[in-house]
Ligand binder design. Structure first.
Ligand SMILES: NC(=O)c1ccc[n+]([C@@H]2O[C@H](COP(=O)([O-])OP(=O)(O)OC[C@H]3O[C@@H](n4cnc5c(N)ncnc54)[C@H](OP(=O)(O)O)[C@@H]3O)[C@@H](O)[C@H]2O)c1
Length: 442
């Protein structure tokens, strides 16, 4: 059992609004007050600098860009591997995980680059940097490290790196004419929106307090504001929770929800927060981002919100999960569905029975406590208390978003199948009466 009571969201980060404002000021220093160009010439072909192509969203962005007829070249820019794996192997792994076409990686349009965002010249050779300065007319800044336990100072290298990328864009030959800068942000950057019942608008929010709660969201907010100060023609897209796509169901098991499902199997029950779930699949999110990035018109400095326009109820998803878990032989009978406030003591009991959890499962469990406690506030029907988002602007820009179909049983079946395939969930051979109270592995 965790030795400390679960921290309330406000305690996850102790950052103040002043600290966020100071970070914005520090990393906006020297940005003359340019006005974002209102006239534009749409490039006849796009030459793209994409950061973080080795990630889940990045792999889809890369694949879709490489197949787009108006994209002439993609510079896939990544940090060096932590394991000495070569970039092609890393990218191939993502193709396999997501069912993307490996053949695309031999496209003549694709140029891999490795560097450190926060280094001078983005850590590139002078000739590489000069080539980018001369060629690139679309920057998609997608690379980020999502860790809800880090503080704002932990994110300084990524913030400094984002400023470097903004400086690059401002210095590029295409800057005044046609350059577009798209920043993939997160709904967590508006985590502390304080107007219940009013969805977060698709406009810049000047009060840094809106971002407080987690260093991750605070850092995204800081970059959104630096970008707005940069005078670049830009989009910041605040993205909600992303989930595995239909092809392989690949949904990263380091994330909260896969762990919620695994833990609920251990508990033998799942909490129902009575929430509406606006999750979007990774491939759909990548398409929406590109609908914006490659749109006919791209003027000014914009902020958009991206979540599912047709959310489904958590209880419908639980039914789908139960069906899939039973179908895959993970459970012989469905998980019971209990109010979240009843689920938390059940979780505590299971942890006690299972012994001291590993640091990894302890931190996941802490996150689950936070999730569970916040979700007991059922007067706000949003999972984990995240605010509702306005989306009119992005809906009018993205056909993909406007036409998104709600998540279905098939989506959930694919996630479960994927988790079984990689050994994250184990099939159960116990007769159902021995499963009462759940299985103890966390
Ligand atoms: N997934 C979601 O539910 C979700 C929701 C809202 C917003 N977003 C945003 O969407 C974007 C993509 O997310 P994702 O789910 O695809 O993440 P992901 O799978 O973890 O991929 C992240 C990418 O960023 C790179 N990266 C991580 N830390 C970095 C650093 N310090 N310096 C340079 N590169 C770094 C990773 O490189 P390595 O391969 O070397 O690790 C990888 O290419 C992120 O900006 C994220 O904040 C995601």
């Amino acid at each position: 059992m965790p030795s400390e009571p679960p921290r309330s969201p406000a305690q996850i980060s102790n950052t103040s609004g002043d600290a966020v404002a100071q970070a914005i000021a520090k990393y906006s220093a020297g940005l003359p007050a340019l006005v974002a160009p209102t006239t534009e010439s749409r490039p006849s072909r796009f030459i793209v600098l994409l950061t973080g192509s080795t990630g889940n969203v990045g792999a889809h962005l890369l694949a879709f860009l490489l197949t787009h007829p108006q994209v002439a070249r993609v510079y896939a820019y990544n940090r060096p591997s932590s394991s000495n794996a070569c970039i092609l192997d890393r990218q191939n792994l993502q193709c396999t995980a997501h069912g993307l076409d490996h053949g695309l990686l031999s496209s003549k349009k694709l140029v891999f680059l490795e560097g450190n965002l926060h280094a001078a010249q983005l850590g590139l050779q002078r000739h590489e940097y000069d080539e980018l300065l001369a060629q690139v007319n679309l920057v998609i800044h997608n690379a980020w490290h999502a860790n809800f336990t880090l503080s704002l100072p932990d994110y300084e290298p990524l913030i400094a790196g984002s400023r470097n990328l903004i400086d690059f864009a401002r210095a590029s030959r295409q800057c005044s004419d046609s350059l577009r800068f798209v920043f993939v942000s997160s709904i967590v950057s508006v985590y502390s929106w304080k107007h219940p019942g009013i969805p977060v608008p698709e406009v810049p929010l000047s009060d840094p307090a809106v971002a407080l709660g987690m260093g991750y969201g605070e850092s995204k907010y800081v970059v959104e504001r630096i970008l707005l100060n940069s005078g670049l023609r830009s989009s910041t897209i605040r993205v909600a929770q992303l989930v595995g796509g239909r092809r392989t169901g690949c949904w990263d098991t380091s994330e909260l929800i896969p762990n919620l499902i695994r833990t609920s199997i251990a508990v033998g029950a799942i909490g129902n927060p009575n929430a509406l779930i606006p999750w979007v699949t990774v491939p759909d999110a990548a398409r929406v981002i590109l609908d914006d990035a490659l749109a006919e018109s791209f003027t000014g400095a914009n902020v958009y919100n991206l979540e599912h326009p047709r959310p489904v109820s958590f209880s419908a998803l639980v039914d789908y999960f139960n069906d899939a878990l039973v179908h895959q032989g993970i459970l012989l009978s469905p998980l019971s569905v209990v109010p979240t406030r009843d689920w938390i003591p059940m979780l505590q009991k299971t942890i006690t029975r299972a012994g001291v959890p590993t640091p990894e499962s302890a931190s996941k469990t802490t996150a689950l406590f936070v999730w569970g406690l916040r979700s007991t506030r059922i007067e706000n029907p949003r999972l984990a208390d995240l605010p509702a988002l306005q989306m009119d602007k992005l809906l009018s820009r993205s056909v993909t978003l406007a036409k998104l179909i709600p998540l279905e049983a098939e989506d959930v079946a694919r996630w479960v199948e994927y988790w079984v395939g990689i050994g994250f969930l184990e099939r159960c051979s116990l007769p159902s009466h021995q499963q009462a109270g759940g299985r103890s592995k966390l």
